[in-house]
Design a protein around this ligand. Sequence first.
Ligand code: NAD
Length: 444
Amino acid sequence: MKLCMVGAGYVGLVSGAGFAEMGNQVICADVDRAKVATLRAGRMPIVEPELDQLVARSVEARRLSFTDDLPSAIAASDVVFIAVGTPGHPDGSVDTSAVEAVAHTVAQSVRKETVLVLKSTVPPGTNQMVSGIVAKAAHRVHVVSNPEFLKEGDAIRDFMWPDRIVIGCAPGDEVAKDVMRRVYQPLCHERDRIIWMDPVSAELTKYAGNALLAMRISFMNEVALLCERLGADVHQVRWGIGSDHRIGAKFLYAGAGYGGSCFPKDVRALIHVGRQNGLELELVSATDRVNRRQRKVLLDKVRSSVGGDLRGKTIGIWGMAFKPRTDDVREAPAMALIEALVGEGASVMAHDPAGSDHALAKFGPRAKLARDAYEAAEGADCLVLVTEWREYHNPDFKRLKSIMRRPALVDGRNVWAGFGLREQGFVYIGVGVRGKRWHVNEFS
Ligand code: NAD
């Protein structure tokens, strides 16, 4: 089939390359000319494991190409996906202007009956709004809601082997159903992963899913705070509750709080949608408040590790991206922490395996990018682990102690909680953990 993926970002590029891998003819269209030029030159504009090989295979086989000419790409395709950004406004409302702009281009450009798929995360009601725009097209355009659930860092695996594929079609739209069945059939060979529903339910499913995952993180951050008051250990509590099959072990990690381009904005969007409909979503609002508080909790820990005053202190940061295996720093806890540290008069030396100077530019000369992890710790009064990249899990602590001005470690992900670092002369501060050495079989 001929597919057009509008928006070649984290979602569009992975999905476009994924559909091309299945034998489809895919053209990724983006308004960002520099991004299109980068892709045409065979380079990746984002960091995502194995994406370069996936893209290269289909480019070489001439199944995948890139353009900034949206109308031509749309006109030549049977199915058009919209995977453009939908950023949030401060009040929680969602900026769907890019989705609307693409819908207008689709309305003007289609040359045959076309299926238009909303893959961007969009507020309930957007399918209806887009259907109104494309109703003016010269040919029938069937609008389908197909929210994407991939996560950065594992995006290809998530796209190729999804837990489920949610598709919202207007009741009775058999053309759209047939086309979507065919598009996703290669992913349903082992078992049918498609869950059919109406468009507004599909739109809400995406927000409700992200809000529930975010809620688990905020819940554990709250439990971690209570652990600190009680002298309990959140690691043990997590194992204890996560082993219950009704609960499950995932998304129960206390730490620096959630970030990224999805959870914060989607949680706020859901609260906004509730209010627009006269409903205060209490649990979702609390999830957001607890996450904001967690930013402050981390900052307080750093401040207390240096004796209460950050002025003139040097703080090393390990991990800038909102999670490992991506370069995405949107709403990353590390970015909020660096801003606060610089604001209180500290200097920051940050390291991230995928990091760039670009992400730090807005903080001015007091935030610099280290060339390697140990450079970030050199002369530091405190080293903060914010993003749990693998290379930070088992560092050379003797070396760290010898190069830091003061051996203070704030472990925002509790990855060193069982290493007995206090016995090794460090000031060790985790999130809801005791920080004592774990012994083999201690918890068996
Ligand atoms: P992104 O910012 O990485 O990419 C969006 C792309 O769209 C950019 O390349 C931009 O240049 C392009 N674009 C913007 N306006 C355009 C227009 N009018 N025409 C053509 N291209 C245009 O965003 P992303 O992270 O890929 O997210 C895209 C959508 O998917 C969002 O709604 C997001 O909430 C959702 N989503 C993201 C993830 C994720 O992990 N990043 C996961 C699931 C869903």
